[in-house]
Design a protein around this ligand. Structure first.
Ligand SMILES: *[C@@H]1O[C@H](CO)[C@@H](O)[C@H](O)[C@H]1NC(C)=O
Ligand SMILES: *[C@@H]1O[C@H](CO)[C@@H](O)[C@H](O)[C@H]1NC(C)=O
Ligand SMILES: *[C@@H]1O[C@H](CO)[C@@H](O)[C@H](O)[C@H]1NC(C)=O
Ligand SMILES: *[C@@H]1O[C@H](CO)[C@@H](O)[C@H](O)[C@H]1NC(C)=O
Ligand SMILES: *[C@@H]1O[C@H](CO)[C@@H](O)[C@H](O)[C@H]1NC(C)=O
Length: 720
């Protein structure tokens, strides 16, 4: 069941999203020198730019817009044949000339394996199956090896026609995210590309019924907004343990898309020197991102009156089951796990393997070193070694010894999802934990990561607490902070699910005029500002970090509560001597993104640019790599849910590579660039270590009590 070494690699990113505009076209060619030269010669460089409100705006050139158009068309109705005539000539053959590839050996390997049999079209794909993952990696390499766009797009067309749809989408997405000459390309949001992973089966059933009864259903021409309904959204799935009250959060399309993109940016099966994912402190990021998700989930639980997250144990029975209402495109329901689940006879064998592998990591942390594949020891008693631990735990390609420490995350998910007993393709029936798009719906996801994060806290417990010297900022003091009222509310949100419905292209009808929406209530908050007053005897750069966490009655509670602090914002300030008043609004938070433009709307814009009617703006406000701004605050209470905000301003500790120095932040997330981060402090600073209370509360930090008010429906407008 264990995957061989070297094929699986993992990277995690706290996407550093920024509205700071930088401009450095063509950096890749410089950075990657000759290896990528041929690829870079086709690299897109924006043709024009302008300044709007002082920020640089870049416009896509014709070549780039043409690529955008291609991806939007090739991904339309993925489970149906390609509907665009211009691509049909390339469906039968892939490009076979060795000179068209950077490494033809890999292409040959792919086709040899393909001849022997790949996952078939129409069958259920999951990346959590050994064979499918291997095949996906080969497809990814096949795409990535193409030396130019011409070879690339023709091969993509061939693959679209001949490979399994789920595998095709996975490999194509990886290649768009990681291929150097496709930086800045936007794909439609995953919940629109593959809505079956985000909406319950009854929604699609309703949509298909309505279409059968009304030929005009779904077309704008009928002058109606065409909504498909779900009558039972998530009511039975987790109600048994009261977890159902959180479904507005765990089913949220933005939340699940966030996790999916994170796992794709730092896909476990990718890594190595060439891709550079490890430049982004990938292992540390993996642990920190999951830790933050758990903290955020904890706050949502407590605002719903639910207790702490139970840590998963491998003892049967497992209390919380999960009954997804999701169905695959082919109508097969996702596999469920019943409440009080008992291991089946074949599970204990896999489990005892898993427990042994967990034990190896635990021992390494307690002994203070890991052993690499060639027998060398790496000390775990240094700050940076968290990166080594993170890679071990995720079992990615950059793990120092996947042969010995294995891939516990992958194995555990397979066992919990109960979808892959023997690893043989004919036996695969995945559950939600076997897809990045759906993992966060299952309460066991959080329980399992709570267990996995034991390694994180264990590692940190061996590092000395921060000293006052490390915490303080000489001459700088946060005097006060004031925060506006925090208000959350629910609002209806429509997601276009038409890409998941069958479409008949006949009768001159255009799929771009066809939109069916699934409506869901979702959490949002009113934008708010805060003001920090900082007194300084120092002029120069500082870095502000802002966190939210549970309300505390005494500082000593922080020893336990520090695990539940969520980072909300981080930015550089230029301090002057004297009083500094820093005002900031949630709209500026570095990590937060707005709603995505819909598939069809974006397509319309691309086509206008393609016909040179208007220019296509490259913009990061809807980037795939950020946290949905809507979910910044937990739901709260009608009469106020008490929380703490925490601010700390630290000296600027320069990172190895200055932020944005190796990528263009106006249109890419900088995955693998090594220059995403503002400074060099550990993620989660200063809550990541045990706290020494006799040196903790320095003057450059402040806690403040806040309350989150939840308002219902029509109250919203009055109180806003
Ligand atoms: C080509 O790929 C194969 C298989 O991944 C690898 O062993 C080989 O080193 C690669 N060759 C070059 C020149 O990168
Ligand atoms: C399902 O939902 C729709 C729209 O909300 C409603 O009109 C219909 O009556 C519901 N059906 C049932 C059986 O509750
Ligand atoms: C699609 O709708 C647009 C306007 O919304 C219209 O101009 C166009 O003719 C329609 N196309 C088709 C094929 O129905
Ligand atoms: C805690 O801080 C105090 C005061 O700086 C110091 O004397 C003590 O050694 C520290 N304890 C630990 C465990 O680091
Ligand atoms: C909100 O107000 C509108 C118009 O005033 C009304 O039609 C609707 O029923 C109200 N909804 C709720 C949930 O009170």
């Amino acid at each position: 069941m264990q995957l061989g070494s070297g094929w699986y690699s993992f990277e995690v990113s706290v996407a550093v999203l920024t509205r700071t505009m930088m401009q450095r076209p063509g950096w890749l060619c410089v950075l990657f020198g000759t290896i990528f030269f041929s690829v870079c010669s086709g690299t897109y460089v924006p043709t024009s730019q302008a300044k709007v409100d002082g920020a640089t705006i870049k416009y896509a050139d014709k070549d780039f817009v043409g690529k955008q158009k291609f991806f939007f068309e090739i991904l339309r109705h993925l489970h149906q044949p390609i509907a665009f005539d211009e691509y049909l000539p390339y469906t039968k053959r892939w490009i076979a000339e060795p000179s068209k590839y950077t490494n033809f050996t890999e292409v040959t390997e792919f086709f040899e394996a393909y001849e022997q049999g790949f996952l078939k079209q129409g069958q259920i794909f999951t990346i959590y199956n050994y064979w499918y993952a291997k095949q996906t990696l080969m497809v990814y390499r096949f795409f990535n090896n193409a030396i130019d766009w011409d070879t690339y797009y023709k091969n993509v067309i061939w693959a679209r026609q001949n490979l399994n749809e789920g595998m095709f989408l996975f490999a194509l997405t990886l290649s768009v995210l990681h291929r150097k000459d496709l930086q800045g390309i936007v794909l439609p949001a995953i919940y629109e590309l593959y809505p079956h992973y985000f909406f319950d089966g009854d929604v699609f059933h309703d949509a298909n019924n309505r279409r059968a009864m009304d030929g005009e259903y779904g077309f704008h021409a009928n002058k109606r907004h065409n909504v498909a309904h779900s009558n039972y959204t998530a009511t039975f799935s987790t109600q048994f343990y009261g977890e159902g009250s959180l479904s507005y959060f765990t089913d949220d399309v933005g939340l699940n898309a966030y996790y999916y993109y994170f796992m794709m940016d730092y896909a476990p099966l990718l890594g190595g020197d060439q891709l550079g994912l490890k430049n982004d402190r990938r292992g540390e990021l993996y642990l920190f991102m999951h830790q933050q998700l758990l903290a955020r989930y904890y706050l949502e639980r407590s605002s719903n009156g639910l207790g702490p997250i139970q840590e998963l144990t491998w003892e049967s029975p497992i209390g919380t089951g999960y009954y997804p209402m999701l169905h695959y495109w082919n109508g097969v329901p996702f596999r469920a796990r019943e409440n009080n689940f008992l291991w089946r006879p074949y599970d204990p064998i896999k489990l005892s393997g898993l427990k042994a592998h967990e034990e190896r990591i635990r021992q390494a942390i307690d002994l203070g070193y890991v052993v690499t594949r060639d027998g060398q020891q790496i000390s775990l008693r240094q700050t940076e070694a968290i990166d080594v631990v993170g890679n071990l735990v995720s079992g990615n390609v950059d793990s120092v010894n996947v042969d010995y420490y294995k891939m516990i995350e992958t194995t555990a998910r397979m066992i919990l999802a109960q979808g892959d007993y023997y690893g043989s393709p004919s036996e695969v029936w995945p559950g939600v934990l076997m897809h990045y798009e759906t993992s966060m719906r299952d309460p066991a996801f959080y329980q399992f990561y709570q267990r996995l994060l034991g390694f994180y806290w264990d590692f940190k417990s061996f590092l000395p607490p921060y000293t006052a010297e490390q915490l303080k900022f000489a001459g700088v003091e946060i005097k006060s902070v004031s925060v506006e009222k925090l208000v959350t509310y629910f609002e209806p949100f429509d997601v276009d699910i038409s890409n998941g419905l069958g479409f008949n292209n006949g009768a001159g009808r255009s799929t771009w005029n066809f939109s069916v929406y699934a409506r869901k209530q979702r959490l949002n908050h009113k934008p708010f500002s805060y003001v920090l007053n900082i007194g300084s005897q120092y002029a120069g750069k500082g870095v502000v970090r802002m966190y939210m966490g549970p309300k505390m009655f005494h500082l000593s509670q922080l020893q336990y509560m520090k695990k539940f602090f969520v980072e909300m914002d981080q930015y550089v300030v230029d301090l002057v001597v004297g009083d500094n008043e820093i005002k900031r609004n949630t709209r500026e938070f570095y990590y937060d993104i707005r709603d995505r433009t819909t598939y069809t709307e974006l397509y319309m814009r691309i086509m206008k640019a393609y016909r040179s009617e208007e220019r296509f703006v490259l913009d990061m406000s809807e980037a795939h790599c950020g946290w949905p701004d809507r979910l910044l605050l937990p739901k709260g209470h009608p009469n106020g849910f008490p929380m703490s905000f925490f601010f700390i301003v630290t000296p600027y500790y320069a990172p190895k590579l200055a932020q944005f120095s190796t990528f263009d932040a106006t249109y890419t997330c900088g995955t693998g660039s090594g220059s995403k981060y503002i400074d060099a402090l550990p993620f989660g600073f200063p809550f990541d270590r045990e706290i020494n209370f006799s040196s903790f509360a320095t003057k450059n930090m402040i806690f403040t009590d806040v309350a989150v008010y939840h308002v219902d429906g029509n109250q919203t407008n009055e109180s806003l």
